[in-house]
Design a protein around this ligand. Structure first.
Ligand code: A2H
Length: 246
């Protein structure tokens, strides 16, 4: 781990349709939430978890963010609140209730994606909400496999996990789908295989960072090192993301 603050690019996942449980959970607060856009805010890129308690925080006259209170407190000192340091919590909701909520993800080819559970999401890091990138994150790929294998155990509709990783980055060593390739190599069967996953994460991340080339859309042909700041700037300049430090 590096010394000093961690900078996250946070992406805004706009709620298109609440899950049934989320609908009931927020009914008492409906008057506070109407006429605003509600976003799950994900630190860098994975879905979320079951036990964490999230808040819905008023950020300004148009936006409400759904994240941990810890992240909302930090954001309030970084320009994301009505008044510096002031946190306005409108409602509270458990991660488990959010599962199945449909959100629109920036730069995604999908019209909407579903909030899914992941074990090992920490309430003490980032926003407590993460995006899923099964092509390049071994944790995300292993989680997706778990969800496909045991939808009833994870209490999800199988249709929500019915998608395949989309190739985004090519590397000389692992090809177009690094995370699935390294999970196979390391014989990873589940998100519970923590030791192998830590090794896989290291291998995939290093190879992608130093030798990766973008093979998807806008920045196709650029190296990963070139594309990183460009995609960050694109998300920020279009209002689909922002910088958050902790
Ligand atoms: B990464 P660093 Cl494609 N709990 O995003 C657990 N993990 C969290 C989290 C939380 N509350 N908040 C963020 N993260 C994850 C994308 C990704 C990530 C890819 C490949 C590797 C990777 C898509 N998921 O991370 O130690 C998020 O997952 C490998 C480390 O603070 C975030 O980036 O740098 C990463 O941890 C940040 O970890």
């Amino acid at each position: 781990e590096g010394v000093g603050p961690q900078e996250y690019t946070v992406i805004k996942l706009k709620v298109i349709e609440w899950s049934e449980k989320a609908k009931s959970a927020i009914t008492p607060f409906e008057h506070l939430l109407s006429e605003k856009s509600i976003f799950l805010v994900a630190a860098t890129l994975r879905p979320e978890t079951m036990r964490i308690t999230y808040g819905l925080f008023k950020i300004n006259e148009t936006d409400i963010f759904l994240c941990t209170k810890r992240a909302a407190r930090n954001m309030a000192f970084q320009g994301y609140s009505n008044e510096r340091g002031l946190v306005t919590q409108l409602a509270e909701i458990k991660g488990a209730a959010l599962i199945g909520t449909k959100v629109k993800a920036p730069l995604s080819k999908y019209e909407g994606v579903y909030v899914l559970p992941m074990e090992n999401v920490l309430s003490t890091k980032g926003t407590g909400v993460v995006t899923s990138v099964p092509s390049d994150s071994p944790d995300d790929f292993a989680t997706l496999q778990d969800l496909k294998k045991k939808p009833e155990y994870y209490n999800i509709n199988p249709a929500w996990a019915d998608f395949e990783p989309i190739p985004i980055i090519n590397t000389p060593t692992y090809g177009d789908l690094s995370a699935p390739a390294v999970c196979k190599l390391k014989k990873i069967n589940s998100q519970k295989d923590r030791v192998q996953l830590a090794e896989a994460k290291e291998l995939v991340y290093k190879e992608g960072f130093y030798n990766g080339t973008m093979i998807y859309e806008t920045f196709k042909g650029r190296t990963v090192q070139e594309a990183k700041p460009l995609i960050k700037d694109l998300l920020i300049s279009t209002g689909q993301g922002f910088i958050y430090n902790e």
